[in-house]
Design a protein around this ligand. Structure first.
Ligand SMILES: Cc1cc2nc3c(=O)[nH]c(=O)nc-3n(C[C@H](O)[C@H](O)[C@H](O)COP(=O)(O)OP(=O)(O)OC[C@H]3O[C@@H](n4cnc5c(N)ncnc54)[C@H](O)[C@@H]3O)c2cc1C
Length: 293
């Protein structure tokens, strides 16, 4: 199938893109890498009247480390994240995760801004944003807004972005000393959307967790920052504690049924991912017993 007829405008600056969005609002769609927008248009799931191409706006591209924060421009492509020494040094969780996003051809064009604005609940990067405590920076006609990642994702393909706003950057705090991370996803083939996944960031001290942020994906209509993580912080981790954490996690999950898995299977895989995470981060193979997939 081919997309419905649409008009096309190439934005010459962020200000110009915002002017176009202010006039055309809900009838327009922003085009970044096109890796999600164009398939949706070709399948006629959406039929915007105007495409606003921001792909040439160099001001939205790049990675900067300053004053304890890592700022990533919205048009930074997946491949740039993979190759960036700044990401490898300060956000290795993101580097691990992005290697699982689609395939090289898609990573060469897809952008972090487009990925987060698209808000697919099975997507890796939104869950990383939760685990890393990111702030999403958006720009509208009234200036900039800063939105905590935990407030940004509102449902399947839904975010806190208004139709007249542009996602311009993502800001991540540089992880503290003793920070460690874990990433794992269950997929049928490498590069597929996840059946269930977990992106975690933690601080490990004296064989336990001083902090633990668990960002699950493909376990509901949006990524989940699991409150169950608090059960594992500042306590000696035993199989009993882990089992209580599984129960708490189970209450938070609201998995969907699709062609890949039933909700029951997703609940099971989320627990397996959690057990593997705790076991790997604490170097405790004993904690993986009883959780296999
Ligand atoms: C075969 C295939 C497999 C894929 N597998 C995965 C996968 O495993 N994991 C995964 O996470 N993704 C996957 N993707 C999606 C891919 O990662 C896309 O790159 C990404 O979701 C969107 O980025 P984009 O820059 O291409 O955005 P676009 O397609 O250009 O835009 C996506 C949406 O975001 C909006 N948008 C874009 N940029 C902005 C902005 N700056 N401000 C406001 N709104 C904006 C657009 O209007 C549109 O609604 C896959 C895609 C394909 C085609």
């Amino acid at each position: 199938m081919k997309a419905s007829a649409f008009a096309y405008a190439r934005a010459t600056s962020v200000a110009n893109a915002l002017e176009l969005l202010a006039v055309h609002g809900e009838k327009a769609k922003v085009l970044s890498g096109g890796q999600s927008l164009l398939p949706a248009m070709n399948l006629r799931l959406i039929a915007p009247e105007l495409i606003i191409d921001i792909g040439e706006l160099a001001e939205l591209r790049g990675i900067v480390v300053k004053d304890g924060f890592l700022t990533i421009g919205a048009l930074t492509r997946h491949v740039d994240l993979l190759k960036s020494p700044e990401i490898a040094a300060h956000a290795p969780l993101l580097a691990d995760a992005v290697a699982h996003v689609a395939h090289p051809a898609i990573r060469n064009r897809g952008t972090i801004g487009g990925n987060l604005a698209h808000a697919d609940p099975a997507s890796e990067l939104p869950a990383c944003m939760l685990a890393l405590g990111a702030t999403i920076i958006v720009h509208g006609s009234h200036g900039r807004r800063r939105i905590a990642a935990s407030e940004f994702f509102a449902g399947i393909y839904e975010t806190a972005l208004a139709p007249q706003e542009l996602l311009v950057a993502v800001e991540l705090p540089v992880p503290l000393k003793h920070s460690v991370h874990f990433f794992h996803e269950f997929t049928r083939r490498h590069g597929d959307y996840a059946i269930v996944g977990l992106a975690a960031q933690a601080i490990v001290k004296d064989g336990g967790f001083a902090d633990l942020q668990l960002g699950f994906f493909a376990v509901g209509d949006r990524p989940l920052l699991a409150g169950a993580a608090s059960k594992l912080v500042d306590v000696a981790i035993t199989s009993q504690v882990l089992s209580e954490t599984f129960t708490a996690l189970d209450h938070e999950l609201d998995p969907l049924e699709d062609h890949q898995a039933t909700p029951a299977m997703r609940r099971h895989l989320a627990k397996v991912a959690l057990a593997r995470c705790v076991s790997a981060l604490l170097n405790r193979p004993d904690l993986c017993a009883g959780a296999s997939a």
